[in-house]
Design a protein around this ligand. Structure first.
Ligand code: MN
Length: 738
């Protein structure tokens, strides 16, 4: 029987083993404080309660954590189970320790009532989200490990529930933090309660053969040792072990094998000083035993996502037993055993200030994780550190993930829109709260609904933090209040229309309404009013579009009319149009159209004229005048049909041309390296904007560039063309047309 004091002495000794400058005075003070507060409390196994925190601190010390971690571990159940408070602890041991203890307490209070697979990842994330300081989660894992070690004294239901949680939540977290030893112990202990029959079978088999196993392992160990001594590889440690029950169990179940068939029951480890020695030892092992092909893994060159490093090989011994050998340096071994967390702190030298704030090492660790699931994990962890998310529970125990600052409204709508729409009240952890209450990690939310609820209020859109809730609330207004929305929307639309000087009759005329509706993209006016009413569309936007459409329609009508008149005149007189432009009128886009003012003008895509080019115009049906270069094949008078004859009209460049015109160039070159760079350079020295550049390479070694640029006029365009022509291997520079 070990006394409490002896346990504590052992703890101190462990700490002294890795951190001689630990704060032993405060550690002892914490022990005495916890001891006094837990008082006469007993654990289920009949030992004084204080043995639990001491054992948890022992595990934390084996992880080589700092003084604050040890102190927090000793105090971790004080707030939860005694009359001690956060303030007491903060006063006696500092705010950091109080925060860690408080964090562990919060994690302890989280109850996992769900068993659903898809909830597990969320639960793991939630634990991280709640642990502002990574030491919180390390202490919580240590706490869970000690509870699992003493689980036999609990009721069968509690054993199953805690084991399930451990297997699904804590063992994976331990794995991700690189705590290999804790991970497998957590798994073995969980298996013992989750599948006692299989666990017993494995244990019994291992025990029955243990003499044989030990003899075999002893033989291999000395063979390797002898050979390493001969080769004078210094400071090597060799040891063998039977693989742990859960890893055997998994192989039996996933590969459907009996225990005898499980491939490699044994694992050996060789620890050496240097990486070079690792590879030397590998040579020795492969020389002594026959390696199994395809089983060699070099995790030294390519570490695992959790920074695990080692050489793995599986070989066959003399008796035909296959076994695995892991070869690594002492350094790598420390990382595997204690986790990157502990090792990193250890390496950095443990300082008193416990500056865990930067999370530097955990970022480094997590950034090394590469599989998709880890990717997601990293993302969530980073997000959590910057507090963008909050994880809360439904009364059933499902975890709901919401943006930080979320309210009961967000929660209700994330469950179902019907819950949100009929919500009349909300409870958080059993207490009524307002709809604008900010949810915290681990809160349990209950929503009260009523069939006679009036539905959401418009204020909810402002209170809600998630876009999901906001859009569902808008949906509701859209659907449920259609009549009201139409009336409200119609009123604001008509006001806006009057303001623009347009009458209702103007837009409802049968030849106008269809184009108007098409322009605003609604099937009917009521739909448009409804959208304006619930806020999905604005009256201003609608009226602007309608005004544009009316303007365009009236211009098109004017052009149409002029074209008809011109065509009629040409038909009658069969005269050439007059040579001189009769009068200067205000130009459109820098183009003066003979006899027409203020008509729609567009530049034809086929030849893209620029100021200075000789041009002609063509009166299109409904889209105003299209301007072509006179040398464009499409404007060639020989191709004019009789019907279109009258539509060709004189146009010229006005005095108020625009600043830039878009046009195309075609450059034919002999292909060579850097051609693209040279052409780009030429274009930029000419100070023209390039909006697109495409290259086609031909099989016979030519390259054709199609370039779209903006120029002010034909003069500038000419300069650009000359500049490109000067580039070596450029053969031709054209303006495409037709
Ligand atoms: Mn505890």
């Amino acid at each position: 029987m070990v006394t409490v004091e002896e346990r504590y002495e052992h703890l101190e000794k462990t700490i002294r083993g890795y951190n001689i400058s630990a704060d032993f005075a405060q550690i002892r003070a914490a022990y005495e404080y916890a001891n006094a507060h837990h008082g006469a409390q007993l654990r289920r196994d009949g030992t004084p309660y204080i043995t639990h925190p001491i054992n948890v601190a022992q595990i934390v010390a084996e992880m080589r954590l700092d003084s604050e971690s040890i102190i927090s571990a000793l105090l971790h159940d004080c707030i939860e189970d005694t009359d001690s408070t956060y303030d007491d602890i903060a006063r006696l041991f500092g705010a950091t320790v109080a925060d860690i203890v408080d964090g562990v307490t919060k994690l302890t209070r989280v109850t996992f009532s769900t068993m659903e697979e898809e909830q597990m990842e969320n639960l793991r994330k939630m634990l991280f989200a709640m642990s502002r300081d990574i030491r919180v989660i390390l202490i919580k894992i240590a706490d869970r490990l000690h509870n699992m070690r003493t689980m036999e004294y609990q009721t069968p239901e509690k054993q199953k529930k805690k084991s399930f949680e451990t297997m699904e939540i804590y063992a994976p977290i331990a794995h991700r933090l690189g705590l290999a030893r804790m991970k497998w112990e957590l798994e073995d202990l969980s298996l013992k309660y989750l599948d006692p029959v299989a666990y017993d079978e494995i244990e019994k088999n291992l025990a029955a053969d243990s003499a044989e196993h030990n003899q075999f392992m002893g033989a291999v160990q000395s063979q390797i040792n002898d050979r390493l001594a001969e080769l004078e590889i210094p400071n090597a440690t060799v040891y063998g072990r039977v693989k742990h029950p859960y890893s055997i169990y998994r192989k039996m179940y996933t590969q459907d094998k009996t225990m005898e068939e499980v491939y490699d029951l044994f694992a050996f480890r060789v620890l050496v000083d240097t990486v070079a020695d690792c590879y030397n030892v590998l040579g020795v092992v492969h020389e002594l035993y026959k390696p199994i092909l395809g089983r060699f893994k070099d995790y030294i060159a390519t570490p695992k996502p959790n920074m695990y490093q080692s050489l793995h090989t599986t070989v066959i011994g003399e008796e035909g037993f296959p076994f695995e050998v892991q070869i690594r340096t002492y350094d790598m071994h420390a990382i595997d055993e204690y986790g990157v967390a502990a090792h990193w702190k250890y390496k950095q030298g443990i300082t008193k200030e416990g500056g865990e704030g930067t999370y530097e090492w955990i970022r480094r660790l997590l950034e090394n994780q590469e599989d998709a699931d880890a990717e997601e994990f990293i993302h969530s962890l980073k997000v959590d550190m910057f507090a963008d998310e909050v994880f809360v529970f439904t009364p059933r125990g499902d975890v709901i993930n919401l943006p930080a600052g979320a309210t009961p409204i967000d929660f209700a709508y994330s469950i179902h829109s019907a819950i949100g729409n009929t919500m009349v009240g909300a409870k958080v952890n059993g207490r009524m709260v307002g709809f604008d209450y900010q949810l915290h990690n681990g809160d349990i939310i209950e929503i009260n609904t009523s069939k006679s609820a009036r539905g959401p209020s418009r204020d909810w859109i402002k209170i809600a933090k998630s876009s999901e809730a906001r859009s569902k609330i808008r949906q509701w207004f859209k659907r449920e209040r259609r009549e009201e929305n139409i009336a409200q929307g119609r009123a604001s639309f008509e006001a806006e229309l009057r303001h623009a000087g347009i009458s209702m009759a103007q837009i409802t005329a049968p030849d106008v309404l269809p184009s108007i509706l098409e322009r605003v993209k609604f099937p009917g006016l009521d739909e448009m009013y409804a959208a304006i009413g619930y806020g999905g569309y604005t009256a201003v936007k609608a009226v602007n579009r309608i005004r544009d459409e009316l303007l365009q329609m009236s211009r098109a009508a004017a052009v149409e009319k002029a074209a008809a008149a011109a065509a009629a005149a040409a038909q009658e007189k069969r005269e050439e149009p007059p040579k001189n432009l009769p009068r200067r009128v205000k130009s459109e886009k820098g183009i003066v159209v003979e006899g027409l003012s203020n008509c729609l003008v567009k530049f034809s895509k086929c030849c893209a004229p620029v100021p200075g080019d000789e041009i002609v115009g063509f009166i299109t049906r409904g889209y105003g005048v299209s301007v072509h270069r006179r040398d464009c094949p499409n404007a060639d008078p020989n191709h004019h049909t009789a019907a279109n004859q009258g539509r060709w009209i004189k146009v010229s460049w006005g005095e108020d041309v625009n600043e830039s015109y878009s046009t195309g160039l075609e450059v034919v070159c002999k292909d060579r390296p850097n051609l693209l760079v040279d052409i780009s350079t030429a274009l930029s020295t000419c100070k023209v904007n390039v909006s697109s550049m495409n290259v086609h390479s031909t099989a016979d070694g030519f390259a054709i560039f199609y370039i779209t640029i903006s120029v002010t006029d034909a003069k500038q365009l000419g300069q650009v063309m000359r500049k490109i022509h000067q580039i070596s291997s450029v053969m031709k520079v054209n303006r495409p047309a037709g």
